[in-house]
Structures are given as structure tokens and as C-alpha cells.
Design a protein around this ligand. Structure first.
Ligand code: BV8
Length: 255
């Protein structure tokens, strides 16, 4: 894959870079993307319905089982070359912020620091009543078979039902994370949008905010997205292939 000289220059000269990621960046780690998370027994369910407070209230064991299946897949997966390239890029540029829609910790395990999670984390469950953080038992969960219902644990403080620590559809994004992400997008010179279909709001506003603030928006995706018109550079391909190649070209420029 070739990159234009002015794109390489723009990245190296950028005072601030935002890397905005979605489920596609974890796809090569074996984590199904959100729109194809429903494989096997799950496929009879709509993630848009499971990933909601109503879905959890109606069928807590099914929803908790889905999240435990996903958490187990993340624990048994490794960051891929795309995650690692993003972490390396931070060491080659002046100021880089990772803003992710993902609820896995693969960016952190690849070495990225201060990752902003707009949609929460699989690893931070909390009580649905008193909000207290819930500590998972140390043992790595066995990978529950797809479609297996698992009763959510009870809060140790109030015995309320523990829920996944993610932002469901219809729920507000965490204010602090949103404010930090929005401010980073307003102040960046380059935004790399990696592995997102750009259909979920308000997260999908982040690349548009950067574009409106005059940043160069670079899209890394094998397929077109809902934001084609806001993108300046379309790097068509998988994150785990495009990003390591980009980092290699940048590294040669820095020698
Ligand atoms: C809210 C956590 C209001 C849970 C998720 C306008 C404004 C505001 C809200 C709305 C609005 N319009 C509609 C809404 C409502 C809704 C929404 O956006 N609906 C969509 C479906 C239309 N938004 C909300 O409900 C949000 N909350 O608005 O609250 C409010 C305000 C005040 C007070 C109370 C309430 C909350 C949204 C958050 C939902 N939670 N995740 C969980 O994970 O289970 S969203 C979920 O979708 C994941 O986080 C996922 O990351 C995210 C976005 O999807 P993508 O990451 O893009 O994944 P997807 O599968 O779609 O695409 C993958 C891409 O990767 C593809 O493009 C593919 O080509 C590419 N790819 C594949 N392989 C690779 C690759 N790319 C690179 N390399 C590869 N190898």
C-alpha cells in the first residue's frame, strides 16, 4: 500500500493526533465486530436489543451470558498488529490520543496509554442498583458456550443485580470521557478513524468534529463507511495490515 508524501508529512508534523477506533480494530484478534457479533446461537438475537437496559431487564441471564462470552473471548485473545501499530505511533509522534468505542482492553494490552473508552468496558461491571464497582473473581472465566444463559452476580453491598460496565443503547456516554474525546477531536491536526462503520451516535460525531475543526481525517477500513464524505484519505484495507505498513513508512522518514 502506498501513502501520499503529504499524508506522511501531515502525520509527522501534527501537533496532536487522535486515533478513533471501533470494533474493526479488534476483528483480527478474533473478536467479532459489533455488527457481526451475533454468530452461532446468538444470531437469533439483535445486538441492538441485547445491548439495552430493556434487554437486560427482560432477560438478565441471556444478556449477562452474552457479555461473559464476549469477555472470555477478549481474555483469551491477543492484541493484533493494528493495536500494536497504534501504540507504536504514539511513540513516534508529538501527542496522540486513542478514543475507542470498543469495550475490550486490547489497546491497553498493546501498550496504548490513557485510552478514552466512550462505551465503557467489559472489565468494569457495576451494581445496577447502587452503582458499586463489582470485582470479578480472579479466575479467568471458562468460555461459556454461545447462547448460554448465566445468572448475573449479586452486588456485595446491596445484593442488587450486577450489570456489564458498558454504555447501552439509550444510555448516556460517560461525561468525562465524552468531554475529553470531543476536546481532543477539536484540537487535533490529524484523526485516524480505524475499523468503525460510523453509524453509532454520538460517538460518530468525533471524526466529524475533527473535520469541522480543520483536521485531516484518514479512514482505515476495508469497506466504505457512513462518513465517506468527511474523509480526506481512504486507506482501504485491514487495520492489522495498513497500520503496520504506515508505521514502517513513518519510521523510515524519521531516520
Ligand atoms: C444515546 C457498548 C441518548 C455495548 C455500544 C443521534 C444522536 C444521539 C444518539 C442517537 C442518534 N441516533 C440514534 C441514536 C441512538 C443510538 C444510536 O446511535 N443508534 C444507532 C444504531 C443508530 N445511540 C445511543 O443510544 C447512545 N446513547 O444516544 O443516549 C441519551 C442522552 C441523554 C440521556 C439519556 C440518553 C449510546 C450508544 C452506545 C451503544 N453501545 N457498545 C456493547 O458493546 O455491547 S455501541 C457498539 O457499536 C460498540 O461499541 C461498537 O463499537 C459500536 C460502533 O460500532 P462499530 O465499532 O463501528 O462496529 P461495527 O460492527 O458497526 O463496524 C465495524 C467496522 O469495522 C466496519 O466498518 C467494518 O468494515 C470494519 N472492519 C471489519 N474488519 C476490519 C475492519 N476495519 C479495519 N480492519 C479490520 N480487520
Amino acid at each position: 500500500m502506498d501513502f501520499s508524501a503529504d499524508l506522511i508529512r501531515a502525520i509527522l508534523d501534527a501537533r496532536r493526533i487522535v486515533v478513533f477506533t471501533g470494533a474493526g480494530v479488534s476483528q483480527e484478534s478474533g473478536i467479532p465486530t459489533f455488527r457481526d457479533a451475533m454468530t452461532g446461537l446468538w444470531e437469533t438475537f439483535d445486538p441492538g436489543k441485547l445491548a439495552t437496559p430493556e434487554g437486560f431487564a427482560a432477560n438478565p441471564d441471556l444478556v449477562w451470558g452474552w457479555y461473559e462470552w464476549r469477555r472470555s473471548k477478549v481474555i483469551h485473545s491477543q492484541p493484533n498488529a493494528g493495536h500494536r501499530a497504534i501504540a507504536e505511533l504514539a511513540g513516534m509522534t508529538k501527542n496522540l490520543t486513542v478514543v475507542t468505542q470498543n469495550v475490550d482492553d486490547l489497546h491497553e494490552r498493546a501498550g496504548s496509554q490513557d485510552v478514552i473508552h466512550l462505551h465503557g468496558s467489559l472489565h468494569k461491571p457495576r451494581c445496577s442498583i447502587c452503582g458499586a464497582a463489582h470485582a470479578f473473581a480472579d479466575a479467568v472465566p471458562i468460555e461459556p458456550p454461545e447462547g448460554r444463559k448465566i445468572q448475573p452476580p449479586a452486588c456485595v453491598l446491596c445484593h442488587g443485580m450486577v450489570r456489564p460496565g458498558v454504555v447501552w443503547f439509550g444510555e448516556e456516554l460517560p461525561h468525562a470521557a465524552w468531554a475529553k474525546a470531543h476536546s481532543a477531536a477539536e484540537g487535533c491536526d490529524v484523526l485516524l478513524s480505524v475499523g468503525t462503520s460510523s453509524v453509532v451516535y454520538p460517538a460518530a460525531i468525533i471524526p466529524l468534529t475533527a473535520a469541522q475543526a480543520g483536521a485531516r481525517v484518514v479512514q482505515v477500513n476495508p469497506l466504505p463507511t457512513a462518513h465517506e464524505e468527511a474523509v480526506h484519505d481512504k486507506l482501504i484495507g485491514k487495520a492489522g495490515e495498513v497500520l503496520p505498513t504506515l508505521v514502517e513508512v513513518l519510521r523510515r522518514e524519521l531516520i
